[in-house]
Design a protein around this ligand. Structure first.
Ligand code: IVH
Length: 707
């Protein structure tokens, strides 16, 4: 390169040491400022070319005057301090996950469930599609007027991260849709993945450069996609397959198969192994065919996804919890490997359950290094007679925790002793017992620590659960931080999270001075905590970690009671099992005795009430928006009785709940609507006595707009 083509060097050769030092100081400041604009504010102030020119000028000066390299020189920094943040994107239509099928019988059951839900006759066919389940990361691409405007990760399904700049760098992702037959708003979803060959090349390159080496293509794809600097993403060989959509201003097709064809015509790669199937036999044939090609595809897949082809049926089938009723993932069999069981560690869960964890000689199973696996419980260890020192078979399927399948007895070392499960909690020394189920008279499979509130392991696990992704989901405050803060005595119970900033301001050893923290990260953490003071009620209830109250139940409770105060009041009154309130609690469709008892037990414990009270002094959970507040049945309590002719009972219930109604199994003074079909008996009578509105199935469908 001549000096002419390289203007940033023009005067470098003429500079003396004093001028060079001043220029290097200026460049360090200027480049740092541009880095900040670029990384932290997402708003570069100069073009990439101009920025590179500044960097090259800095490099040239340093090459000439090596003794002048500054400690804060841009050349010494690997990029700039990332802001640690992507902005959030609320998905207009939630991004869901899929239920799993492991055996042929599960696929048959899936189709039977669909038939029952839709109330199909025996001779009516359910047209299905089958395609590979790509092992990557899902992403949603929003197009407006045919132009890519926003790209996001799945996140928790409702809210993802804005990674538009990164997704734009993937050559499989069209920046403009082809043709003109696309709707004005089109959110296209699919999987970002990396091919085996590209993964190998990337890892070789990373290794040579002393960079991060990835365990498998999925991790490499994830690591590449979550770069705050999209230039890094651009240098990574990512690919994309489209297989779904979210919001669409208009859906110009009636079947999924036609939809896939259209996605292809708009410029998206769609998987070439996509097939249509008429029955379970054909679905299983496609499954076996795809499985036989798995090793030669050149990218990782972990199963086959089946979807109902008719979109009107998909709409009727709807969702249960986070998965559609109209699709399922048929997983490939788990991959297995053998290794040595070094030790058995007992972990104590948030409800005190003791779980044995196998500590293994690290072994690669299906591309991932496994060094821990679950042994489930005491009975499983005894049944499998797994002993420390044994060579064991370990298996791993999809996202599930690796498991110890069995011990290879022939390889057992002499003198290996049968494992004796502890009857004392390893964390607090309290007795660990197996409760006897009063109904069956059988001992529970789980042994539980009786230490309750004094057990530090339970306290830490409760905290971890409280901040977990589907609960409070505080950015930068995960399991690791919960544990560290607990051990430091800074956060002993959930409310402490919200008083941390105030206490920190007065502390002699503030967070920013602690190892691993700095001014910015501490500030970001306190901001992230503050931003969750209005968390939604369902997440709050789920976060309390009440036994048997999972996400779905928490959502149901949040919908039913609308506020924490109302919920707590009900559980206090329901302690009297003969009360009307207790009967009503059990009347909620989806709340059985086990759940009701667990909730009452939780709130009858003064410490738990105090935990909730303290939390409510800091946090104001927000009521859930009714699923569809525009609906005339939102917030109403509905009971279905008698036989329904135009929809199945399950379908009716799901639809009503989708519109924000509560569906109850029994009629009471709180019932707003009884939908009575032919053959309605005592419930109809009771509704008439209580003056509850009674509708026929047709009236109901008319009311909800399905008439
Ligand atoms: S359909 C509403 N199709 O699997 C259903 N998902 O476990 C939307 N995935 O989050 C998903 N390949 O990341 C669908 N051909 C495929 C897929 C696929 C991979 C992933 C996707 C999703 C996860 C669900």
């Amino acid at each position: 390169m001549t000096a002419k083509e390289n203007p940033e060097r023009d005067d470098v050769d003429d500079m003396d040491e004093t001028a060079a030092a001043a220029e290097l100081a200026r460049l360090a400041g200027e480049i740092a400022e541009h880095d900040r604009h670029y990384h932290q504010d997402d708003a570069p102030a100069i073009s990439d070319a101009d920025y590179d020119r500044l960097r090259r000028r800095n490099d040239a000066l340093e090459a000439r005057f090596p003794s002048l390299v500054r400690p804060d020189s841009p050349s010494r920094r690997v990029g700039s301090a990332p802001s640690g943040k992507f902005s959030k994107v609320t998905h207009a239509v939630a991004m869901l996950s899929l239920g799993n099928a492991f055996e042929d019988g599960d696929v048959k059951d899936f189709i039977d469930r669909i038939r029952r839900f839709l109330g199909l006759g025996d001779d009516e066919k359910v047209a299905m599609t089958a395609e590979p389940k790509i092992d990557g990361l899902s992403a949603s691409l929003r197009y407006e007027g045919g132009k890519l405007v926003v790209g996001a990760t799945r996140g928790d399904g409702q809210v993802g991260e804005n990674i538009t700049d990164n997704l734009r760098t993937i050559s499989d992702v069209p920046l403009r849709l082809r043709g003109d037959a696309w709707p004005d708003v089109a959110e296209i979803r699919g999987e970002v993945y990396m091919s085996h060959a590209d993964f190998q090349t990337l890892n070789d390159r990373q290794e040579a450069a002393g960079g991060q080496v990835f365990a498998n293509p999925r991790n490499a794809a994830a690591g590449s996609l979550r770069q705050l600097d999209s230039k890094i993403t651009a240098s990574r060989p990512l690919r994309f397959f489209a297989y779904a959509w979210g919001e669409m201003s208009q859906v110009p097709f009636d079947t999924y198969a036609d939809g896939v064809g259209m996605l292809g015509s708009w410029g998206f790669p769609v998987n070439p192994l996509f097939r249509q199937c008429e029955d379970v036999e054909q679905m299983l044939d496609v499954y076996r065919d795809i499985e036989s090609r798995r090793s030669s595809l050149g990218y990782d897949i972990d199963g086959v996804v089946y979807k109902v082809d008719r979109l009107d049926w998909q709409r009727r089938l709807g969702f249960v919890s986070r998965s559609p009723r109209w699709a399922i993932a048929h997983k490939f069999p788990a991959e297995k490997a053998s290794t040595i069981l070094r030790d058995i560690e007992i972990q104590v869960g948030r409800t005190g359950q003791l779980t044995p964890v196998a500590k293994l000689e690290p072994v690669t199973v299906g591309g991932v290094v496994v060094s821990n696996a679950t042994l489930h419980n005491e009975d499983e260890i005894a049944r499998k007679d797994v002993r420390i020192g044994d060579t064991v078979i370990v298996q791993r399927a999809g996202d599930v925790i690796p498991q110890v399948v069995r011990a290879i007895e022939e390889k057992r070392p002499a003198g290996a002793q049968a494992y004796v499960f502890p009857e004392i909690c390893p964390a607090c020394g309290s007795h660990a017992v197996r409760e006897v189920n009063p109904k069956t008279g059988k001992a529970d499979v789980a042994r539980r620590c009786t230490g309750g509130l004094i057990c530090p392991a339970q306290a830490v696990e409760r905290l971890k659960h409280f901040v977990s992704r589907n609960a409070l989901d505080i950015e930068g405050f995960g399991a690791k931080q919960a544990e560290a803060f607990y051990l430091d005595g800074l956060v002993m119970q959930p409310a402490d999270i919200f008083t941390l900033a105030v206490r920190d301001a007065r502390s002699e050893k503030p967070l920013r001075e602690r190892e691993g923290w700095g001014e910015t990260s501490a500030k970001n953490l306190f901001e992230a905590v503050d931003s969750r003071r209005n968390v939604s009620l369902d997440r709050f209830i789920f976060g309390l970690g009440i036994r048997h109250v999972g996400e779905t139940t928490a959502r149901l409770l949040a919908r039913t009671y609308g506020s924490m105060e109302a919920f707590v009041a009900v559980l206090e009154t329901a302690q009297d099992r003969s009360s009307e309130t207790y009967a009503e609690l059990l009347g909620i469709d989806g709340i059985g005795e086990v759940v009701a008892e667990a909730m009452i037990e939780f709130f009858s414990e003064p410490h738990n009430r105090k935990v909730v009270e303290d939390l409510l002094a800091e946090v104001s959970p927000e009521p859930l928006e009714a699923a569809d507040t525009a609906s005339p049945v939102a917030g109403k309590t509905v009971v279905f009785t008698g036989s329904l002719e135009r929809m199945t009972r399950n379908e009716a219930k799901a639809r009503a709940e989708g519109l924000g109604a509560k569906v109850s199994g029994s009629v009471s003074a709180k019932t707003d609507i009884l939908v009575a079909g032919p053959g309605a008996g005592s419930k109809l009578k009771k509704a008439q006595e209580l003056d509850v509105e009674v509708l026929s199935e047709d009236d109901w469908l008319e009311l909800v707009g399905d008439g």
